[in-house]
Design a protein around this ligand. Structure first.
Ligand SMILES: Cc1cc2nc3c(=O)[nH]c(=O)nc-3n(C[C@H](O)[C@H](O)[C@H](O)COP(=O)(O)OP(=O)(O)OC[C@H]3O[C@@H](n4cnc5c(N)ncnc54)[C@H](O)[C@@H]3O)c2cc1C
Length: 290
């Protein structure tokens, strides 16, 4: 039985001919032939079993992923795998939960440790893979263990075995859910921190579509000052522009292509290399079948 029939007979939702622009927060990219949306572990297992031997791309909320202009064949998107449960001071979060929602849930539970997720438009699955973080905190600080689907098997992986590094992890396979360890705190203090973070983000980060930081910090130093010093602030290629507000963001001014983004990112990297002699490393992920 081909995979479409398997999904249909198991009531698993999928879409054909999806605009890449709807899957990535940069709002660009070619057509994706098929996107499948498992909504729990059982559906995910069926989807992955049905795709044996088929190349697919894994997406959460697409906030760190650029979709190639030539499109993609198959995407497995975990954003509909939702659910948060409180177990003592832990939150058990499914992969598709949005980070700001987890921060809000933690606030409502009087638990601290997730405030930094405020305003990050990613999912828990993507955040674990990338070891997302902000303002001196990150996933590595709170993940206890992760239920993954890898090589056809579901297994719990302890945080120490995920080898979290700066915006990296050694995660193999797909995050189904994760246990995050938080601790009790006065909700008013948590709310105040979240408010400060939201204000700081609104003041310092552009509102146009982007993928967040284009480049990782270099040896602990933010990439933006290097980019500014290289004279790249405000530079445009096509409709992609190095933000004037935060030069480590490339924003879509309307109608940018993935190629615009990549050419501009390459040009920034080259100019920084010429100016400062350092090679900035990409933080975003490029999804391509080529
Ligand atoms: C405005 C803006 C602000 C941002 N601010 C920050 C910030 O402060 N700090 C920060 O770290 N990042 C930031 N980001 C980047 C991004 O939001 C994070 O990296 C986020 O955690 C990615 O989650 P996602 O679900 O969108 O991942 P996607 O872009 O969908 O995927 C990213 C990677 O994770 C993998 N992945 C996705 N889901 C799963 C899963 N279920 N299991 C295994 N792997 C999976 C994908 O295959 C891909 O390799 C920002 C982005 C934007 C647009």
């Amino acid at each position: 039985m081909d995979y479409l029939s398997v999904w249909k007979s198991n009531g698993i939702e999928y879409q054909e001919h999806v605009l890449g622009a709807t899957l990535s927060t940069f709002r660009a990219g070619g057509e994706v032939d098929l996107v499948v949306y498992p909504n729990d572990q059982t559906q995910l297992q069926i989807v992955i079993d049905s795709l044996k031997g088929v190349k697919y791309h894994l997406f959460g909320l697409g906030s760190n992923t650029l979709v190639s202009d030539s499109g993609l064949k198959v995407v497995v998107c975990t954003k509909r795998m939702q659910g948060i449960e409180k177990e003592g001071d832990d939150l058990v979060c499914f992969a598709g939960e949005a980070m700001p929602k987890v921060a809000k849930y933690a606030l409502e539970s009087g638990l601290t440790g997730a405030e930094w997720m405020t305003g990050i438009p990613g999912s828990i699955g993507g955040a674990i893979k990338m070891n997302a973080g902000a303002y001196g905190h990150g996933m590595a600080d709170i993940v206890v263990k992760v239920l993954t689907l890898w090589d056809g098997l579901a297994r719990w992986v302890e945080a120490k075995d995920l080898k979290f590094g700066y915006r990296t992890s050694s995660l193999k396979g797909i995050v189904v859910k994760a246990v995050l360890r938080l601790s009790p705190k006065d909700p008013a203090a948590i709310a105040s921190t979240m408010e400060q973070i939201a204000l700081t983000r609104a003041r310092t980060q552009p509102h146009e579509p982007s993928l967040g930081s284009v480049f990782k910090a270099y040896q602990g130093r933010p990439a933006a000052p290097y980019i500014q010093a290289a004279g790249m602030k405000g530079v445009k290629i096509g409709q992609a522009k190095v933000s004037g507000l935060h030069c480590n963001f490339i924003v879509n001014q309307g109608g940018a292509t993935a190629r615009d983004y990549l050419r501009l990112a390459d040009s920034v990297q080259q100019k920084v290399y010429e100016q400062a002699g350092i090679r900035l490393e990409r933080e975003f992920v490029l999804a391509t079948d080529e």
